[in-house]
Design a protein around this ligand. Structure first.
Ligand SMILES: [Zn+2]
Length: 175
């Protein structure tokens, strides 16, 4: 399945997700400066979204083929995830080196050493072989989607719950 994104749908999703970040008190000035746009670049079509730290911008492909390879991801979830990359980029010391190692198992920029299992990883993409930042961004995506209410994971997925609690504590540092 290919996913087509139109400008009005991106605008509407961006408004919704910015409102969620505001309600959670994590809509920083730098996040407000982050641009969100539709990309027509073919190299972009293979992914759901992309954050570029060089120009503080999130791009979402107008046509995405990524759903053909992985599970479908809503436009709002894509933005919640990419805003996570933006927050990490804006505050490089938001999570200490020791915390990356302790909570995510590896330094920032390195892949997780653990195999995927549902108890400890919120989504398969969180442990897709890319860096531990993906784990953080997938957790943030779910935390924002649930508006910070994560107790549903407490007993069913204790490892995930612990990491979500950490994400919540990191977000409080932004206030
Ligand atoms: Zn990512």
């Amino acid at each position: 399945m290919n996913t087509v994104t139109t400008l009005p749908s991106l605008q509407s999703a961006t408004n919704d997700v910015c409102r969620e970040f505001k309600q959670l008190n994590i809509y920083t000035d730098k996040l407000e400066d982050t641009s969100v746009s539709l990309s027509y670049a073919p190299w972009n079509f293979l992914e759901n979204g992309h954050y570029d730290p060089n120009n503080n911008s999130v791009t979402v492909p107008a046509l995405s083929t990524s759903a053909a390879f992985g599970p479908y991801c809503s436009l709002r979830d894509v933005l919640r995830h990419e805003f996570g990359h933006a927050l990490l980029d804006h505050s490089p010391r938001l999570i200490s080196a020791a915390e990356w190692k302790k909570i995510f198992g590896a330094p920032r920029g390195k892949p997780s050493p653990y195999e995927y299992d549902e108890e400890d990883f919120i989504t398969p993409y969180a442990n897709s072989g890319a860096t531990v930042e993906e784990d953080f961004c997938e957790l943030l995506m779910v935390w924002v989607r649930h508006k910070g209410d994560i107790k549903r994971y407490r007993y069913s997925r204790p490892g995930v719950y612990e990491k979500l609690q950490f994400v919540a504590s990191v977000m409080r540092r932004l206030h």
